[in-house]
Design a protein around this ligand. Structure first.
Ligand code: FE
Ligand code: FE
Ligand code: FE
Length: 164
């Protein structure tokens, strides 16, 4: 498709996010299965449910804009997930695995925060209020998840990875 306007770019960015969320949703159970810490497992489980909802929310965004939901393969998410997969396939102590999974997950969250930040700015400028409100909700979930992961790492997992 030809990209001529900011609105075209907005659609392109939304399709990338729609692809990224679906790719992530598919990979999350494999990461979840490698976690030992109960606290981290719970955080992952919660964000898996949120991610499922974020896919639906993007469908509502497309709907509010009067277009069919369409996903584009997100090559960055593919790379982040490949890196996480390579990491998980290595032999390591369990607390180190937990700490490394947090690092992988936070890379993903930061990518999502960048993407949703951009589409929120576009939606605001273009006056797509309904889309903006939906996208803001997701942006907040990604930010909260990122903060929660930092908190879990800093209050327990990093210590366990160093002393166990
Ligand atoms: Fe997400
Ligand atoms: Fe992407
Ligand atoms: Fe996320």
């Amino acid at each position: 498709m030809e990209l001529r306007t900011l609105n075209d770019l907005f659609m392109h960015q939304l399709r990338d996010l729609y692809g990224a969320e679906q790719q992530l949703l598919k990979a999350m159970p494999k990461m979840q299965a490698k976690i030992t810490s109960e606290e981290l497992k719970q955080a992952f489980t919660q964000h898996m449910a949120e991610t499922q909802n974020q896919v639906k929310r993007l469908e509502q965004v497309f709907q509010s804009l009067g277009v069919e939901p369409e996903a584009e393969k997100c090559k960055a998410m593919e790379g982040l997930l490949k890196e996480a997969e390579d990491f998980m396939s290595q032999d390591m102590d369990k607390p180190v695995m937990d700490a490394g999974l947090i690092a992988s997950a936070q890379r993903v969250e930061h990518y999502e925060i960048a993407g949703y930040g951009t589409v929120c700015t576009y939606a605001k400028y273009l006056g797509h209020t309904q889309a903006l409100n939906l996208l803001k909700e997701t942006l907040n979930e990604e930010k909260t998840t990122d903060e929660k992961l930092s908190m879990i790492a800093e209050t327990s997992i990093n210590m366990k990875a160093e002393n166990h």
